[in-house]
Design a protein around this ligand. Sequence first.
Ligand SMILES: C[S@@+](CC[C@H](N)C(=O)[O-])C[C@H]1O[C@@H](n2cnc3c(N)ncnc32)[C@H](O)[C@@H]1O
Length: 210
Amino acid sequence: MTKAIEFPPGAFRRMNEEDDHRFYAQPRRVVHIDDDAIAALRGLYAALVPAAATVLDLMASWRSHLPPSFTGIVIGLGMNRDEMRDNPQLAQGIVHDLNREPSLPFNDTAFDAALCAVSVQYLTRPVEVFREVARCLRPHAPFIVSFSNRCFPEKAVALWHAADDSQHGAIVTAYFAASAAFADVHQWAHTSPAGDPLYAVWASRAEDTR
Ligand SMILES: C[S@@+](CC[C@H](N)C(=O)[O-])C[C@H]1O[C@@H](n2cnc3c(N)ncnc32)[C@H](O)[C@@H]1O
């Protein structure tokens, strides 16, 4: 039997524990990573996401970073309706607080791929969310989680703050492992001397997630 992964006590506390709806009430339309990092993320998506896929953009805002060659359908789930309305790649944007309710409002195997860009550090119940993403993905479909070296500090979990860039990849890998619903975990890094680094961890939904 595999040993369950345990996270330290307090790992998912945050400096600002107020309702996430208050923090995200105002649309920010911020570009969280620079052009070079965005281009790298687009390239990664071009390589991993089938061009005509139905995609879940988890923790979505006003950009999904999919390449121009993408012709599929993107459903966004995030905290701010106005930001998602401004996202030209979203067919639909759903306001949903994953920290309050990790269950996703989608059918089993509804998506061919799922993305979570520069946001995983805000999840206080990541293992439940990763299990839910797996439920909503068809078998072998990828879940691509990317992150850089900055965040809204008050909303990032303590576990993230306690780690450096290289350890953040291990944290996301641990979320995949603890969910027991993914296989073939990959880690990837794009760094440039002057620009924002971009890291990604992705895995494929396991054949059997029970
Ligand atoms: C740094 S932004 C990244 C947005 C987008 N993924 C991108 O690449 O530009 C963080 C996003 O996480 C979403 N978010 C934060 N807390 C959330 C929560 N509790 N439930 C769902 N989404 C959340 C916010 O709506 C916000 O759009």
